[in-house]
Design a protein around this ligand. Structure first.
Ligand SMILES: [Ca+2]
Ligand SMILES: [Ca+2]
Ligand SMILES: [Ca+2]
Ligand SMILES: [Ca+2]
Length: 121
């Protein structure tokens, strides 16, 4: 996989790969399209928005996914976490992450104790 990552905040209707850097990134959002969004180190806010996205929190206490009623992405997005998403908070630290798959059928890979909502698989 080539590294052409760019920072969050850019709105795109294409399929993106978005990677946070070091430090806490708030508002890594995939927007439209099927995106890969990676939080990497520290505490990140990772949102996929529409379509089926792959969301990775990486290290740190991350907020991944969420819908309009949730706290994770609600400030960032006007759309819910639709699509069949993959959300991964597994960083071998229990209870540090919050994961919310939102609508449709979502797959979550979490640690024991991580808070999880709306994950069907
Ligand atoms: Ca998306
Ligand atoms: Ca992180
Ligand atoms: Ca979803
Ligand atoms: Ca965790």
């Amino acid at each position: 996989m080539h590294d052409h990552g760019h920072r969050g905040g850019r709105r795109s209707h294409r399929n993106d790969e978005i990677r946070g850097g070091q430090g806490s990134d708030t508002g890594l959002a995939g927007e439209d399209g099927s995106d890969v969004v990676k939080g990497q180190q520290d505490d990140d806010q990772v949102c996929g928005n529409d379509q089926s996205d792959d969301l990775y929190g990486g290290q740190g206490a991350d907020k991944i996914g969420g819908d309009l009623s949730g706290s994770n992405c609600a400030p960032l997005s006007s759309v819910s976490e639709g699509g069949n998403d993959l959300l991964k908070s597994r960083d071998h630290v229990s209870g540090n992450d919050t994961v919310d798959g939102g609508d449709n059928t979502d797959t979550c890979r979490i640690d024991a104790g991580d808070q999880v909502d709306n994950c069907e698989l």
